[in-house]
Design a protein around this ligand. Structure first.
Ligand code: NAD
Ligand code: DAU
Length: 337
């Protein structure tokens, strides 16, 4: 099988490519990525010489480049996106271009080339925000209620992907998943920023009261979930893929990091809150368990410690990222200038 992965130089896409090449020895992957600030070929340097892997530097909004990359492709796994909520608050335009327009460009090419599966990787953020201390979780029937430019653009992409199924019969599947963590998580996201700041002797910037709840999923569980959807998922269907955490707020997550790294609470700094900050996410993944046999395997405490160790062992990966343009973003976001 030949798979076109979009956004494979980012966090989840690069983990997925590594996972797929190891698990499926007969398959070939074409990775199409624009290499934005979040795309980094260092994430894939161990597989660059694999003869089943090809890299194409292109924008998913470029219809000609997408059309060329789609030649002979059986399956598309679409990760490429602008993915960071805070950046979407600063400037929504790239989010609309890549997440909405780019997704339609890919769908049009996939239809022209008669791909046998178009898998769209989406987020639980399209469902909005849950109450704290409630039983309710997001599932496949939850009404869409996106509240940031990022989640609104992802919601738009989900609707376009479903429209291609209902209107044109393109065999699509969608996964909506929660906060992923693990190796190569870009150090603008909370966990990666917190770990690398602590390793640099800096503080964890904690938005608002810190009592915001996220559901954490180890990235390899996510990759296995997508694999199961590709093997057993039904065209037209959506699956929520979740992990093993029980309502943990950001302060509690930060405290776990402080314990792992032997630091005190003074390493937490409360900063201005994110506008429109969603209070709680939680995902019910029982449909994926029932229909695909999906089960997350990686416990948060164990894999959080392993992730911290990965950042300790891979300073050469994240230190160069936290320089230049990144510092401009950091100063603007955290009001340092
Ligand atoms: P990321 O920001 O780390 O990587 C995004 C990748 O897409 C980068 O390599 C970037 O260069 C590429 N890209 C961006 N715009 C592009 C364009 N116009 N053309 C081609 N390539 C482009 O993102 P991530 O965290 O790996 O997320 C991957 C996908 O998973 C996204 O669709 C995101 O919405 C979704 N998702 C992420 C999480 C999470 O916790 N990170 C959770 C749920 C869903
Ligand atoms: O739920 C899935 C989503 O998870 C994905 O769709 C997004 O692509 C991904 O970025 C992530 O979105 P979040 O906004 O939940 O992740 P982020 O890492 O930005 O923030 C996690 C929590 O930590 C959130 O409550 C905001 C808070 N936070 C974040 C940053 C960057 C802080 O308290 N301080 C920070 O500096």
């Amino acid at each position: 099988m030949k798979i076109l992965v979009t956004g494979g130089a980012g966090f989840i896409g690069s983990n997925f490519i590594r996972y797929w090449l190891a698990k499926h020895p007969d398959d070939a992957i074409v990775n199409l990525d624009k290499l934005t600030y979040a795309g980094n070929l260092e994430n894939l340097k161990d597989i660059v010489d694999n003869n089943r892997y090809t890299f194409v530097k292109a924008d998913i909004c470029d219809a000609d480049a997408v059309d060329r990359a789609m030649q002979g492709v059986d399956t598309v796994v679409h990760f490429a996106a602008e993915s960071h909520v805070d950046r979407s608050i600063m400037d929504a335009a790239p989010f609309v271009m890549t997440n909405v327009v780019g997704t339609q460009v890919l769908l049009d090419a996939a239809m022209r080339h008669h791909v046998t599966r178009f898998h769209h990787v989406s987020t639980d953020e399209v469902f909005g925000s849950l109450e704290l201390d409630a039983e309710e979780k997001f599932n496949e029937t939850t009404r869409y209620n996106p509240r940031s430019p990022y989640s609104a653009s992802k919601a738009g992409s989900d609707h376009l992907v479903r429209a291609a199924f209902y209107t044109h019969g393109l065999p699509i599947t969608i996964t909506n998943t929660e906060n992923n963590y693990g190796p190569y998580l870009f150090p603008e996201k909370f966990l990666s920023l917190a770990i690398t700041n602590l390793l640099e002797g800096k503080k964890i910037p904690m938005y608002g009261d810190g009592k915001y709840v996220r559901d954490w999923l180890y990235v390899e569980d996510h990759c296995r979930g997508i694999d199961l959807v590709l093997q057993k998922g039904k065209p037209g269907e959506t699956y929520c893929i979740g992990g093993l955490t029980q309502d943990l707020n950001n302060l509690e997550v930060a405290q776990k990091l402080l314990a792992i790294l032997g630091k005190g609470e003074e390493a937490i700094e409360f900063v201005k809150d994110r506008p429109g900050h969603d209070r709680r996410y939680a995902v019910d993944w029982s449909k994926a368990r029932r229909e695909l046999g999906y089960e997350p395997l990686y416990y948060f405490d164990t894999y959080l410690a392993k992730t911290v160790q990965w950042y300790k062992d891979n300073e050469a990966w994240w230190k160069p990222i936290k320089s230049g343009k990144y510092l401009e973003y950091y100063e603007k976001q955290y009001n340092l200038s």
